[in-house]
Ligand binder design. Structure first.
Ligand SMILES: Nc1ncnc2c1ncn2[C@@H]1O[C@H](COP(=O)(O)OP(=O)(O)OP(=O)(O)O)[C@@H](O)[C@H]1O
Ligand SMILES: [Mg+2]
Length: 254
C-alpha cells in the first residue's frame, strides 16, 4: 500500500504570527550633538512602555564612558536603559562603548577599535527578536563619521529605519534641520516626524522659527519640548505625541 502524504496541521504559532502587529522601530537623529536626542528617545521609550510594549533602547555607538561596578557606563546608554522595560546585555544595546568623550572615530582609534556595522546590525536583530519596540539613538549630528568611510547616516541607511529628527531650537537651527532633512531623504530613508526641543530659556522668535521649520519639513511635528526644570523622560513625554509614527502601538498603519 502506498504511503499517503502526512497531513500537517497548521501551526498555531504561525497563525498567531500573521495577526501579530509589526514592531515599532525608529532611528532618532539630531541637528547636532547635545540637542535632545537622548531626552526624546527616552520619552519615546517611556510612552511605548506606557502603551504596554516591550521596549528597548539602543545606543549603538557611545563615546564617553566611565567604569562603575566593573562595567563601562555611558550617560546616554544609562538613560535609555532606565526608560526601557526590556533589559538586554550591553554588548547588544551598545556594541561600541568607547571611553573617550570625542568624535567616535577618534575615540575608537585611541582604543585600537574599528567601529563595524556588522555587529551593530546583528545586535539590532537580536534586540528585535526580544521586543515589540526599539528606539535607536544616533550619534551626534547625522553625518558624524564612525570610520574612514562609514558614518551615522550610513548606519541609519543599513538599519533602514524611519527617522525622527530632533531639532535643537537655537539660531541656525533652520539651516541645520533642512540640511539634515536633505541628507535623510537623499538616502531614501523615511522622515517620520520631527521634534522641536527648547535648549535655551528664552529663544527669541521661537514660534517664528518653528513655523518656518514646519513649513519646510515634510513630516509631522511630534511636539515641542519646553525648557524643562527636570529633563526626565516622563516630563518630555508630556509634550510629545508619537501616535502618527509608523507601527506605533495601537495605530492602524497606512
Ligand atoms: N528641553 C530640555 N530642557 C532641559 N534640559 C534639556 C532639554 N533638552 C535637553 N536638555 C539637557 O541637555 C543635555 C543634552 O540633551 P541630550 O543628552 O538629550 O542631547 P543629545 O542630542 O542626546 O546629546 P549627544 O549628542 O551627546 O547624544 C542633557 O543634559 C539634557 O538633560
Ligand atoms: Mg544623546
Amino acid at each position: 500500500m502506498a504511503l499517503e502524504d502526512p497531513v500537517i496541521a497548521p501551526e498555531p504559532q504561525a497563525a498567531a504570527a500573521v495577526d501579530m502587529p509589526p514592531r515599532f522601530a525608529c532611528f532618532v537623529a539630531g541637528t547636532d550633538t547635545e540637542i535632545g536626542k537622548t531626552l526624546t528617545s527616552s520619552a519615546m521609550l517611556y510612552s511605548l512602555v506606557k502603551h504596554g510594549a516591550r521596549a528597548c533602547g539602543m545606543k549603538p555607538v557611545a563615546a564617553g564612558a566611565v567604569m562603575k561596578n566593573g562595567q563601562l557606563h555611558n550617560d546616554d546608554a544609562d538613560q535609555l536603559i532606565e526608560a526601557s522595560n526590556v533589559h538586554l546585555p550591553q554588548s547588544l544595546t551598545t556594541p561600541f562603548m568607547l571611553k573617550e568623550p570625542a568624535a567616535p572615530h577618534i575615540a575608537a582609534a585611541l582604543e585600537g577599535v574599528a567601529i563595524d556595522p556588522v555587529p551593530i546590525l546583528a545586535a539590532y536583530v537580536e534586540i528585535a527578536a526580544a521586543t515589540d519596540a526599539i528606539v535607536v539613538e544616533g550619534v551626534g549630528g547625522f553625518r558624524v563619521p564612525l570610520t574612514e568611510d562609514f558614518d551615522t547616516a550610513d548606519l541609519a541607511g543599513q538599519l533602514a529605519l524611519p527617522v525622527v529628527l530632533v531639532v535643537g531650537l537655537r539660531l541656525g537651527c533652520i539651516n541645520h534641520a533642512l540640511l539634515t532633512v536633505e541628507a535623510i531623504e537623499s538616502r531614501g530613508l523615511r522622515l517620520a516626524g520631527w521634534v522641536a526641543n527648547t535648549l535655551e530659556f528664552e529663544m527669541t522668535f521661537a514660534d517664528e522659527n518653528i513655523a518656518a521649520l514646519a513649513a519646510r519639513i515634510p513630516a509631522p511635528l511630534l511636539g515641542r519640548i519646553p525648557r524643562l526644570a527636570k529633563p526626565t523622560a516622563a516630563a518630555a513625554a508630556e509634550y510629545l505625541d508619537f501616535t502618527s509614527l509608523p507601527n506605533w502601538p495601537g495605530r492602524r498603519n497606512k
